[in-house]
Ligand binder design. Structure first.
Ligand code: IMP
Ligand code: MG
Length: 217
């Protein structure tokens, strides 16, 4: 059930000007919304400063590689939106963006291997320099399907930028040109990554609290 009812508006009062320590009424004695989100967090894996630093590096690398080319960033909804928005602001080359939505997990934490296009691109990628932007590569099944599908549309070039990769979990080889961070085999949330559609708005990447991890192997 979406939390859009009037009962939720009390927690959305405007923050105090200049961070003067004012708390919205009704947020209680704790940290309000932050506190609520942090209940899902076991530990912070990649903090905001580290994310920002790596994005600057990736931005410089991609800008150098794509200088004078016809770059189209293809974001995979929904998780890649945050990474893509921050990454593209580090690019010094002109670029377009478009998005695809593909089904992977549902509410569980394991890939089914069944991939379906829920939303296709609006832009024709034929002859374009396409860089697929993904939040995380786990088994690799989702991206492997997507790359095959996009390759058939004859782009001039086709590469992947992934914020995170879990090499231990890989079931199929996917050549990833730009990787933000290699992480261990833990289920992570935040900075776009969700658990059952929640926690995307955490500003850092965190390990999901073990009490919430479903029993899948
Ligand atoms: P793959 O097909 O197994 O590589 O799955 C990739 C997709 O699964 C990603 O785009 C994410 O949406 C999701 N995913 C995989 N691992 C995680 C995780 O640790 N946290 C949140 N989502 C994940
Ligand atoms: Mg995803």
């Amino acid at each position: 059930m979406k939390n859009t009812g009037p009962e939720s508006t009390v927690a959305r009062a405007a923050p105090g000007v200049g961070g003067a320590g004012l708390r919205p009424a009704g947020a209680g004695a704790g940290e309000g919304r932050e506190m609520e989100l942090e209940q899902g967090v076991a530990e912070i894996l990649i903090d905001e400063a580290t994310l920002r630093g790596r994005l600057v590096e990736l931005g410089a690398e991609i800008s150098a590689d794509y200088a004078g080319r016809d770059l189209l960033l293809v974001g995979v909804l929904k998780g890649a939106v945050f990474f893509m928005a921050d990454l593209m602001r580090e690019l010094t080359v002109s670029c377009e963006i478009d998005f695809m939505a593909i089904s992977s997990y549902g509410a569980a934490t394991d890939s089914s291997g069944v991939v379906r296009i829920l939303k296709d691109l609006d832009i024709n990628v034929s002859g374009r320099d396409v860089l697929v932007v993904e939040d995380i590569i786990d088994s690799g099944l989702t991206l492997s399907y997507l790359m095959r599908n996009l390759r058939a549309r004859k782009p001039a070039s086709l590469e992947i930028a992934a914020l995170l990769t879990k090499p231990e979990r890989r079931e199929i080889d996917v050549p990833v040109r730009y990787v933000g961070f290699e992480i261990p085999n833990r289920f992570v949330i935040g900075y776009g990554l969700d658990f059952a559609e929640r926690y995307r708005n955490l500003p850092y990447v965190a390990v999901l609290h073990p009490d919430l991890v479903p029993n899948t192997t």
